[in-house]
Design a protein. Structure first.
Length: 319
C-alpha cells in the first residue's frame, strides 16, 4: 500500500488513482500544484485532523506596546480566547480567599461535604467575570495580527506573557525560513538576521539548520531571537539558513487523498472540455464535460461527508 510522505509522492498517488500511467492525464504541473493547494487549504480549514488546538505564548515587547497588537504566525487560523491578565487564574497564596476556604472547610475530604465549597467557588468565578471579565480581542487570519482591547502598558506590561488559545493548521510541507541564523555551543539562544520568527514559528516547532543540526523551539523572544529546547547547539552556527519541518503524515490522510484526486479530476475534465465534440482518429471523442460532472459529484459528496462527520464540534455555552 502506497503511503505518501512528500508532496511529490502525494501527487503521484493522486494521478495513479486517475489512471496514470495507463492513460494520459492532461493536467499541467502548475495546475496540479494549485489543486493540491486548494485541497490542503480546505482540509486545514474544515477537517478536524487538519488543525490542532494549542496555547501560544507570546512575550510582550516594547514594539508590541507601541503598536497595540501582536503577530500571529501564518499557521494560526482561529483564535478562540486569551487568558485573563489578572491574578484570578494564577497560583494563590495563604491570604487568598480560595486558600482559606480549602484550609478551613476542606481540611478533611472524607468528612466534609464539598457542595458548599463548589457553590462558593462558582460564585467567586461569577464575580471575577462581572468585575474583571475576559480579555477582548480581534483577529483576522489574513492580517496575521491579534488586536487586544486592553490597557497596554498597564494591564499588558513589558515582559509579560500573553497566552492565546488558538488552532494552527498542520502544514505537511517543509518551508525555508526568512533570513539567517547564528548560534554557538555556549548558549541556547539563537539570533537571526532579517528573520521574522514571531510570524513563521510557533513554540515546539522543529527547525533544521543548514549545518544539518535539528533543534526544537522552546521560546520566541523577539522576531530575531529564539530559545531552543536543548541546552546549547552541538556546533557553532554562523549565518545558517533554516527550514521548518512539516507534518508529513498529513499527506497520507484518507480524506485529503480523496478530495485532492477529485479536484484533479475536475481540472482534467475542464481542460478536455475545450475539445468537446472533436472527433479524434479512430472515432474517439473526448468527453471532458462528463469527467467534470463526475468529479463535481465526488467533490460534493466528500464535502458533505466532511461537514457531517469530520468538522470540529461547536463549543457549548452555558448561561
Amino acid at each position: 500500500m502506497s503511503k505518501p510522505t512528500t508532496r511529490a509522492a502525494f501527487i503521484d498517488y493522486c494521478l495513479r488513482r486517475l489512471g496514470h500511467p495507463v492513460i494520459e492525464i492532461n493536467v499541467d504541473d502548475d495546475q496540479i500544484s494549485d489543486r493540491v493547494d486548494d485541497a490542503l487549504q480546505f482540509f486545514n480549514d474544515y477537517h478536524f485532523d487538519g488543525c490542532e488546538k494549542m496555547f501560544m505564548k507570546h512575550l510582550v515587547t516594547q514594539a508590541d506596546i507601541e503598536r497595540r497588537w501582536i503577530y500571529c504566525p501564518d499557521a494560526v487560523i482561529f483564535v478562540t480566547g486569551v487568558m485573563p491578565f489578572d491574578q484570578s487564574s494564577s497560583s494563590i497564596n495563604m491570604f487568598d480567599l480560595r486558600y482559606q476556604l480549602r484550609l478551613h472547610d476542606l481540611y478533611d475530604f472524607t468528612s466534609v461535604s464539598y457542595v458548599s465549597y463548589e457553590i462558593t467557588m462558582q460564585h467567586i468565578q461569577t464575580l471575577n467575570m462581572l468585575f474583571s471579565g475576559t480579555p477582548q480581542f480581534r483577529f483576522n487570519r489574513h492580517q496575521n495580527k491579534l488586536f487586544l482591547d486592553a490597557a497596554w502598558g498597564t494591564d499588558v506590561k513589558l515582559g509579560d506573557y500573553i497566552i492565546v488559545e488558538c488552532y494552527r493548521a498542520l502544514n505537511p510541507d517543509t518551508i525555508t525560513l526568512t533570513g539567517t541564523l547564528t548560534g554557538n555551543t555556549t548558549s541556547n539562544t539563537i539570533t537571526g538576521t532579517g528573520t521574522i520568527f514571531d510570524q513563521e514559528l510557533l513554540e515546539n516547532d522543529f527547525i533544521t539548520l543548514s549545518s544539518g543540526e535539528e533543534v526544537q523551539v522552546r521560546h520566541i523572544n523577539t522576531p530575531t531571537q529564539i530559545v531552543i529546547a536543548a541546552n546549547t547547539l552541538t556546533a557553532n552556527a554562523s549565518s545558517n539558513t533554516a527550514t521548518k519541518i512539516g507534518v508529513s503524515d498529513v499527506w497520507n490522510d484518507r480524506f485529503l487523498k480523496r478530495y485532492a484526486t477529485a479536484k484533479l479530476k475536475y481540472q482534467w475534465g475542464s481542460n478536455l472540455s475545450k475539445f468537446a465534440g472533436i472527433q479524434l482518429p479512430g472515432g474517439v471523442t473526448l468527453d471532458g464535460p462528463r469527467i467534470m460532472q463526475e468529479a463535481q459529484v465526488e467533490i460534493d459528496k466528500i464535502e458533505e461527508e466532511m461537514s457531517s462527520y469530520n468538522i470540529l464540534p461547536s463549543d457549548m455555552y452555558m448561561g
